[in-house]
Design a protein around this ligand. Structure first.
Ligand code: GLV
Ligand code: MN
Ligand code: MN
Length: 417
């Protein structure tokens, strides 16, 4: 790679691409994506594969009490606070091969490239795979990084249950039994000197503007809610309308009012109902219970606050003759990344002659929590048509390698400070 210095010149596009292909077999789906949900057998298999690659390169591997998996390459000063890079290996139920996995494999490739180029950094450099970023099986998402940063309490997270009622504590124990790694004692979290996460953009801007590198300036705020409606089960054939307490009918009135209330003119507010449950789920029984999730995002916390009020009002207004409540399960304020890290990403992309643009992130990432601990930033690369959270998610080997070259150059700089 012309212009590349240090470990960046040793980034191997073929190796990085092959590692994505190897990981994609774990939970691989017929449509070419992955179903590798947090703390599943497939997640354990991915942990074992990453650890086996790490051992083969002589890097040390350890985990912590929430199951975050760390791969460490030593620096010249073993006592220096490390720099870190990574993302997540869990996926959506119909996920793609790159969301999260790219950030883990780019970080691992960075370690390998530094090794191959004989680069010695002052600080250790750690590649990390955070537990349960997606939050589709266990809520809340970005859990491992939030516990690491001290934003969520470990015990609360261990008590979380999936949609089948399985406790995270038990799923984590099975995962760590299937993918054992030395346990770092005590509560998760240690000092970090800097954090940079690589990720596919998950939107269409880089591709549309023919840029290879997104210099990520921040992440919009996000909140998640669960709405629960309680009605009364009744016979579908005999019960007149006036006598029904149909929980699903009330839920659909709420949903319709919420879609209308959140349709802002500038199309900035993001409102999604992604999961609906109707009980007892029998065609000829009036539903006695209905529940749905809400994912709400906007760059302004004030707007999220105002929208939350509106959601509460809608639930109260549309509930009768049923009873209903709305509960907030996640509230992550907007993140502004560190200006010096942003500048460094932009400068290294330029030095590598890669076209870049500044952009905020619409998706949430583990970096939003680690940014509360240390200077942090992110590097985006394009994905095909901006499609993500979809089995057809795709990216090119060249773009993945380009983002990794920028990552190595940035990590080297941070690790020598
Ligand atoms: C992570 O996938 C998110 O929901 O933004
Ligand atoms: Mn992700
Ligand atoms: Mn995702």
């Amino acid at each position: 790679m012309s212009g590349a210095k240090g470990g960046a010149r040793a980034v191997r596009e073929d190796r990085l691409w092959q590692r994505h292909a190897d990981m994609a077999k774990l939970g691989g789906t017929a449509k070419g994506g992955v179903n590798r949900q947090a703390l599943s057998a497939e997640d354990a298999a991915a942990r074992n594969l990453l650890a086996s690659w790490a051992h083969a390169r002589g890097f040390s591997v350890f985990t912590d009490a929430i199951g975050n998996l760390f791969v460490r390459r030593e620096g010249a000063d073993a006592t220096a606070v490390p720099v870190m890079s990574g993302s997540h290996m869990d996926s959506q139920p119909t996920g793609g091969r790159f969301d999260g996995m790219y950030g883990v494999l780019a970080a691992f490739e960075a370690l390998e490239a530094m090794e191959d180029a004989g680069v010695k950094t002052r600080r250790p450099v750690i590649a990390v795979a955070w537990t349960n970023e997606e939050g589709s099986r266990f809520q809340p998402g970005a859990m491992g990084s939030a516990v690491f940063a001290g934003r969520y309490a470990l015990d609360d997270m261990l008590a979380a249950k999936d949609w089948e009622g399985i406790a995270l504590r038990d799923a984590l124990a099975s995962t760590l039994a299937a993918a054992p790694a030395p346990m770092r004692p005590g509560k998760p979290g240690f000092a970090v000197a800097g954090y940079v996460e690589a990720h596919i953009e998950q939107g269409p801007r880089l591709e549309n503007e023919h840029k290879t590198i997104g210099v990520v300036t921040g992440i919009q705020g996000s909140r998640r809610y669960i709405v629960q409606v309680d009605g009364e089960e009744a016979h579908a054939g005999t019960t007149p309308r006036a006598a029904r307490k149909d929980a699903f009918a009330a839920a659909t009135r709420m949903a319709a009012a919420m879609y209308a209330a959140t349709a802002d003119e500038g199309d900035t507010l993001r409102f999604t109902i992604g999961r609906v449950e109707v009980h007892p789920g029998s065609p000829n029984t009036v539903p006695g219970r209905a529940g749905f999730t809400i994912d709400l995002r906007h760059p302004s916390d004030e707007i999220l606050e105002a929208q939350e009020k509106a959601l509460h009002e809608i639930v109260a207004r549309e509930a009768a003759p049923c009873a209903a409540r709305i509960e907030r399960v996640t509230n992550v304020a907007p993140t502004d990344f560190d200006p010096a890290v942003i500048d460094l990403v932009r400068a290294r992309a330029k030095a590598l002659k890669l076209p870049s643009m500044d952009m905020p992130s619409g998706a949430g990432h583990d970096a939003m929590h680690i940014a509360t601990l240390c200077p942090a930033g992110m590097i985006f690369v394009p994905c095909e048509r901006g499609i993500s959270h979809n089995e057809i998610e795709n990216a090119t080997p060249g773009d993945l390698a380009a983002g990794t070259r920028v990552l190595v150059a940035v990590l080297e700089e941070l690790a020598n400070r």
